[in-house]
Design a protein around this ligand. Structure first.
Ligand code: FES
Length: 105
């Protein structure tokens, strides 16, 4: 289980306890986080699950692989160094407390 917090650009904060193994796009949708769409269902072909990982958590969220890196070029909001596709972030005890910032389209 990991407590995940999504922060939106308009100042909303949504937190949820997410079961281990669930990806954070699915968790965002299940918790009505705005602007995380997950159009492709998590198969890395839409980039609509784009989030910015809070700087304090960058080391724990791991590396972007080549396919995710390519897809991050297709986000609506320009990618940053801390951009991730949240379908590639998997809940685990190591991510307990993770903060994600949701870019507004
Ligand atoms: S849900 Fe489509 S790339 Fe993440």
């Amino acid at each position: 289980m990991a407590k995940i917090t999504w922060k939106t650009e308009d100042g909303k904060e949504i937190s949820a306890d997410v079961k281990d193994g669930l990806n954070l796009m699915e968790a965002a949708i299940a918790n009505d986080v705005p602007d995380v769409d997950g159009d492709c269902g998590g198969c890395l072909s839409c980039a609509t699950c784009h989030v910015f990982v809070d700087e304090a958590w960058l080391e724990r969220t791991g590396e972007v692989d080549d396919i995710e890196d390519t897809m991050l070029e297709m986000t609506d909001v320009e990618r940053r160094d801390n951009s991730r596709l949240s379908c590639q972030l998997i809940a685990s005890p190591e991510l307990d407390g993770l903060v994600l910032h949701v870019p507004a389209p």
